[in-house]
Design a protein around this ligand. Structure first.
Ligand code: 5GP
Ligand code: MG
Length: 174
């Protein structure tokens, strides 16, 4: 099996499946009768998003935006917009779907950008979160797991473009 070197499993695919289904059900309940746009942040969120939206039993729209802030295994502190959002969000409820909230730099950028687009509401859904790094500055409305200040890969998360296709989440030493 394709496993990262010098790694250990942090979250097994069974645990991931369970938590993703739970979030999907919660979103289904919370957004019944509302116009919802699920906004995935590429690339890291694409695996999580693909599983999550199939647990949202509503007539939703799915959109993507591409942002990058990581350089290898470290945050660069700068956010680059690679693929902008073209959809009109006015009067739509938006859920931002992120792979992981680390320093929060990406989320700050995104929240500021969305404000100008006049959505009805904005909530945040993150598969993983590092509260010791972002110091709980955010309300993460829907969250998979909290982790320590460590570097993880798998289930969409990469190290230099690799390991996105791993089924489990691994902690790796880089
Ligand atoms: P932030 O802007 O919150 O510091 O970082 C957000 C982005 O950095 C995430 O969307 C993700 O792409 C990347 N990132 C942060 N921590 C990790 C990690 O532990 N592993 C991987 N693979 N990417 C991470
Ligand atoms: Mg990302």
């Amino acid at each position: 099996m394709n496993e990262p070197k010098n790694s250990s499993i942090l979250f097994h695919e069974h645990a991931i499946k369970e938590v993703v289904a739970k979030i999907g059900l919660q979103i289904t309940t919370d957004y019944k009768g509302r116009s919802l746009v699920v906004l995935g942040v590429l690339k890291g969120s694409f695996v999580f998003l693909a599983d999550l939206i199939r647990h949202i039993d509503l007539d939703i729209e799915t959109e993507f935006i591409q942002l990058a802030s990581y350089d290898g295994a470290k945050s660069s502190g700068k956010v680059t917009l690679n693929a902008p959002l073209k959809t009109d969000l006015r009067n739509h409820h938006v859920i931002i779907v992120e792979d992981i909230i680390d320093t929060g730099t990406t989320l700050d950028y995104l929240l500021a950008m969305l404000k100008g687009k006049g959505p009805a509401s904005v909530r945040v859904c993150a598969f993983l979160s590092k509260p010791s790094v972002h110091k709980n500055r955010y309300t993460i409305d829907y969250q998979g797991f909290e982790i320590a200040n460590e570097f993880v890969v798998g289930y969409g998360l990469d190290y230099r473009g690799r390991y996105r296709n791993c089924r489990h989440v691994y902690q790796i030493k880089v």
